[in-house]
Ligand binder design. Sequence first.
Ligand SMILES: [Zn+2]
Ligand SMILES: [Zn+2]
Length: 261
Amino acid sequence: MKIRVLGCSGAIAAGYKTTAFLLDDDVLIDAGTGVGDLDLSALARVDHVLLSHSHLDHVLGLPLLADSVLRLRAQAGRPPIQVHALAPTLEALRQHLFNGVIWPDFTRLPSAERPVLTLQPFEVGQRLDLGGRMIEVLSAAHTVPACGFAVDTGAARDHAHWVYTGDTGPNPLLWQRLAQLRVSHLVIETAFSDEEQQLAAISRHLCPAALGRELAQLQGEPHIHITHIKPGEVEAVMAEIAALPGAHRMAALRAGQLIEL
Ligand SMILES: [Zn+2]
Ligand SMILES: [Zn+2]
């Protein structure tokens, strides 16, 4: 298994894309602007999209993806792309995105019988089986219903997990669950610098000081990848993170990075 980082920034600028990860070549984890880096044939191979929450920086690639691949998938007789998310996230997509005003309802196009997208609700704690790959839905604590994901790398890898926190503030339930899993990679957000810690608290994101308190609850020594930093703030945030006590292996996640699992 492999994870390709298509986007991992908290906002956009030239060279900075918002959150999207490609698991192998058919599972998209979040659908931020990084999705636009896939060529048309790669886009058409996406059969599953997992969404961590409804915020625009994580979903805006989805309506555009549907439009891009609709004809190709229909011609090839491919099934609908399954969009998996918490029920309130799917309801937000229906009401606010695929509402015929912001974008057409691609859950009924090209036809209601064979649409390009279908919406599949999941719950925190559920384990999804996507073609034999097991992915657990993890809790997150954000301003809207949100979750993270743990990808099980399988028996051959001793069930090590690649974990993505999603957007989250302090999240004790996550550490309780991760204490029961073998974690080889932890992709954790740090959306704000310490100077903006008030804003981080209100918007339920982490800043480096809060990250330090979170990581104090982490067992084991996974590779830690910092994600969701805003363009222009990467060096400042990583300098604050480097000054944290503790001996974790930490680096800023980069768009284009390939993580072999
Ligand atoms: Zn968010
Ligand atoms: Zn976000």
